[in-house]
Design a protein around this ligand. Structure first.
Ligand code: NOJ
Length: 433
């Protein structure tokens, strides 16, 4: 006998993707160049990815088959603004068509403006480290909202700002791959400023169009950082990491508060609330150890001994989803969108149980009055996992990269059933009632 847990009726369930990771076909961005430089670990390339650009209808049909309420996708800035200030009508039309089809299918879009990739003209001008990026991002945002404001009310300005900067300027696994902690801080400052300005712009434009339902937020990558021991140095390392990886972004983007070291605790863009929801991308936990090694400027991250892990080596820790949401909600009591949660699992052996265990934490949060409004599983479909390449598979749908054929995995069928019935079974093997 299988036991079921009831999901709240008003919780919207969906999946998430990002343009560069699924679309293919664009050569005008920082990640295309990174691939061309031979920097992808498994030797694959983003130029075709899942060919979603040419398969929009097919993929929306799959979402519909999987009973999705909502879909989080991103726009490729480098397609929309191929040169600084010059907008591409064809790209805008393509996305307009895609968004219209989603809406017509009854799937509510939540759209990200920047998800790790951007035009080469911007990258060549210093990317997010150069202060001019703030004005550029606002110009791009304004255009996008003028064109799609009538179709989309839910916006994510920037995806995982801390990960973007950490991978590009600390770990150097992502473009521009230039290790420099000062750049990390400059980038953080610019991303926060750009978010605040974009927040205001999106609200202003949609308001002038007559809409009152606009919701804008950030997809924050939030991890559980636990010190590896009770030693004061490990605890300090963990606290510092939490500060530079989470707190400066949350305080900056939600409250406009520029904490040390990106400011001195002040509100250069005014005091206010600059997020309408708290976007949380949750994957895993790290045990943090202090080290003198300058290569680990942010502490040494390790995995709990003996803990279950994914193919990325990340600990599978469902309780962490509860912990991060509960902790952040206590500080920032606003609706939570779980903007990403998922697992790298090519064999699909662990994904179903992963889904069940994390959705149960969502139910637990709701039972405690914590207003989780959305859950987006990462990802709808196998895609280009950045420096790891195409071999890392996060999809509920399998992609054969030779034929580009899509096949819903057993975990995808389970998720479809959950979305339809709003019941989470106790065990991975789904037995229909
Ligand atoms: C978060 C990122 O937003 C997404 O692009 C990435 O593929 C997943 N994490 C998995 O690593």
């Amino acid at each position: 006998m299988n036991k079921y847990w009831q999901l709240p009726q008003d919780l919207l369930l969906g999946t998430a993707t990002a343009s560069l990771q699924i679309e293919g076909g664009d050569r005008n961005n920082n990640w295309y160049r990174f691939c061309e430089e031979g920097r992808i670990k498994d030797g694959t390339h983003c130029i075709i990815a899942a060919d979603h650009w040419n398969r929009v209808e097919e993929d929306i049909a799959l979402m519909k088959e999987m009973h999705q309420d909502t879909y989080r996708m991103s726009l490729e800035w480098s397609r929309i603004e191929q040169e600084a200030g010059v907008f591409n009508e064809e790209a805008l039309e393509h996305y307009h068509d895609e968004l219209s089809k989603l809406v017509a299918a009854g799937i509510r879009p939540c759209v990200t403006l920047h998800h790790f990739s951007h035009p080469l003209w911007l990258e060549n001008a210093g990317g997010w480290i150069d202060q001019r990026v703030v004005a550029s991002f606002v110009r791009y945002t304004a255009k996008v909202i003028q064109v799609f404001g009538g179709l989309v009310s839910d916006w994510v300005t920037i995806n995982e700002p801390s990960v973007y900067l950490y991978e590009g300027y600390i770990e150097v696994n992502a473009p521009p791959a230039k290790s420099n902690i000062v750049s990390y801080m400059k980038g953080a400052r610019n991303m926060i400023a750009a978010h605040i300005e974009a927040y205001k712009t999106i609200h202003q434009i949609r308001q002038s169009m007559g809409y009152t339902d606009t919701r804008v937020g950030v997809a924050n990558h939030i991890r559980v950082f636990d010190p590896i021991s009770t030693d004061i140095r490990d605890r300090m390392a963990s606290g510092i990491l939490d500060h530079v990886f989470h707190r400066i972004f949350l305080e900056g983007m939600i409250k406009g508060n520029f904490l040390f070291p990106i400011g001195l605790g002040g509100y250069p863009y005014g005091q206010g609330t600059f997020c309408d929801f708290l976007g949380i991308n949750y994957y895993s936990r790290d045990r943090v150890a202090f080290t003198w090694n300058p290569a680990n400027a942010f502490g040494k991250l390790t995995v709990e001994q003996g803990a279950p892990t994914s193919e990325m080596g990340w600990e599978i820790y469902p309780e962490g989803l509860y912990l991060v949401c509960a902790r952040l909600y206590a500080k920032y009591p606003m609706p939570i969108f779980i903007t990403e949660n998922g697992i790298c699992d090519a064999t699909d052996e662990k994904r179903s149980q992963f889904l069940i265990d994390h959705l149960k934490q969502v139910i637990r949060l709701r039972e405690e009055g914590i207003s989780v409004e959305r859950y987006y599983h990462w990802s709808l479909i196998d895609n280009f996992e950045w420096a790891e390449g195409l071999s890392r598979r996060f999809g509920l749908i399998h992609v054969d990269y030779e034929t580009l054929q899509r096949t819903i995995r057993p975990s995808g069928r389970l998720y479809a059933q959950i979305c339809k019935d709003r019941l989470v079974p106790g065990e991975a093997e789904f037995v229909s009632k």
